[in-house]
Design a protein around this ligand. Sequence first.
Ligand code: MN
Length: 155
Amino acid sequence: MSLKEYRHKRKFNYTSEPRGLGVSVSHRKPRFVVHEHHASHLHWDLRLEMPERIKGGRLVLKSWAVPKGVPTKEGVKHLAVNVEDHPVEYIDFKGIIPAGQYGAGKVLIWDKGTFKLLERKSKAIKVELFGKKLKGVYVLFNFRGKNWFLFKTQE
Ligand code: MN
């Protein structure tokens, strides 16, 4: 997924969300953020900084909307719906998306940190998160279409 879909959904004259100028792959630790998004339905968005494709491409935020939030207990599986890639600048975004705009509502940063990529396949991603709230190994497992399971595991 390129950033086309992200840009297509937004009117940058109206929302303060970043357009995303693109950042090349660097060697610092990859980062993650969990946004708490008070849209029409409250949900959390997990975003992992990684190349847009398994074999490279520019850095983006691979993103999943998690209706129940990221589980903090081991073995609790939550649905995570893959949504469009977001530009890496979005990692610092917080604020209000104006009424009438895509995703309208308040966006807060619920947690943020770095992660270690342990595995990345088309249908399975394993990361170790080093956040303030989220710490430990998490698995994202694609089971149908855009639907993934997100759970914390021992390793
Ligand atoms: Mn959202």
